[in-house]
Design a protein around this ligand. Structure first.
Ligand code: MRU
Length: 336
């Protein structure tokens, strides 16, 4: 078992079931592509970089399970599996990035045996690389934080959203490691509460000072001077917008109104510079997420619901993008 990672291979594919946190820490064994797609759709594994690793391991898992010894037929089989995995969650670009990177390895192999070995090795490399990249971007990002900062973050862009360490929360971790005192305001992040369930949990685990707030209080806290920086992660960065958990745009507008820096920390695997905002599919999730919590009904039966999982923040509202290659400031498009 490898509990400092969200997903790993150990004679089988394992992951933390994030839907059980913060009450229970449970590890699940993913035995089939059906299990994997189910885990992705139900957010047992979630967060863009973690989805990249899940997509990569998905292809390696499919190769290891296949009885097909014909190299060409196995390659075709894996392409079909890749398509199934990619549509499980369409907005975070890392999922298809991870799938495509391993498919390429499979396409370059010459035997079925080589496909099995090479895809597993490459998926492992993606997972290890994720932690290294997050630490690299965090070192850059930490320079933007000052002793005594009060940081607002939205959703969970921590180690649970990645294979390890984290992006937005990785920056906080690195700043603290370098001796700075940092306090985090974690937005609860309705409707699935990744902020209160996951961000709050992982920061408490690491003894990082954290205060839970509902997202609608961020403007008021900024006005009172209680927040002096915002750092979030990203599911996809296009030429002109940053896609992240629904509600991120509100914080960006409020940060601008209060002249507070708004930072986005993301690996280059979250960049999709071939596309503009309008081309991107925003995942819409089930109405039940807004209407029911556990056994409690929060809204009348039959109510019309709109539940997009992500929003887009225009790139002009971003003070700087923190990546493993350094910090990019506006005008961002030519710099990227
Ligand atoms: O629906 P989720 O929980 O997968 O959404 C995750 C986010 O929006 C994160 O902020 C984003 O993936 C960045 S993770 C480093």
């Amino acid at each position: 078992m490898n509990e400092d990672k969200t997903i790993w291979w150990d004679d089988g594919l394992f992951m933390i079931d994030q839907t059980k946190l913060p009450v229970n820490f449970e590890i699940i064994n993913i035995k089939s592509i059906r299990d994997l797609v189910g885990a992705i759709k139900s957010l047992k594994i979630r967060g863009a970089p973690a989805l990249g690793a899940a997509g990569a391991y998905g292809i390696a898992l499919a190769a290891s399970l296949s009885k097909n010894n014909n190299v060409y037929e196995l390659q075709q089989e894996l392409e079909i599996v890749g398509d199934t995995i990619k549509v499980a969650r369409p907005t975070a670009v890392n999922l298809s990035w991870g799938v495509d990177r391993i498919l390429k390895v499979a396409m370059n192999a010459e035997t079925a045996e080589e496909i099995k070995e090479a895809t597993m090795r490459a998926a492992f490399d993606i997972a290890e690389e994720d932690i290294r990249i997050n630490k690299a971007l965090s070192r850059y990002g930490a320079k933007l934080l000052e002793n005594g900062d009060n940081i607002l973050t939205h959703c969970n862009a921590g180690r649970l959203a990645c294979v390890g360490w984290g992006t937005a929360l990785g920056v906080v971790r690195s700043a603290i490691e370098s001796g700075k005192k940092i306090h985090v305001y974690a937005c609860e992040t309705r409707p699935l509460n990744q902020g209160s369930r996951l961000t709050a949990w992982e920061l408490i685990q690491d003894d990082i000072p954290v205060t839970l707030i509902c997202e609608s209080s961020s403007g008021s806290l900024m006005r009172k001077g209680l927040i002096n920086k915002v750092i979030v992660g990203a599911d996809r960065i296009t030429k002109n917008a940053v896609f992240n958990k629904i509600g991120t745009y509100n914080h960006a507008i409020l940060a601008k109104a209060h002249m507070i820096p708004f930072y986005v920390a993301a690996p280059l695997s979250s960049f999709d510079l071939q596309h503009e905002e309008a081309a991107i599919e925003v995942e819409e999730r089930d109405a039940s997420e807004l209407c029911i919590i556990g056994d409690v009904r929060l809204a009348p039966e039959g109510i019309d619901v709109y539940n997009p999982a992500f929003d887009a923040t225009p790139i002009e509202l971003v003070t700087a993008l923190i990546t493993e290659r350094g910090i990019f400031r506006p005008p961002l498009t030519p710099a990227i």
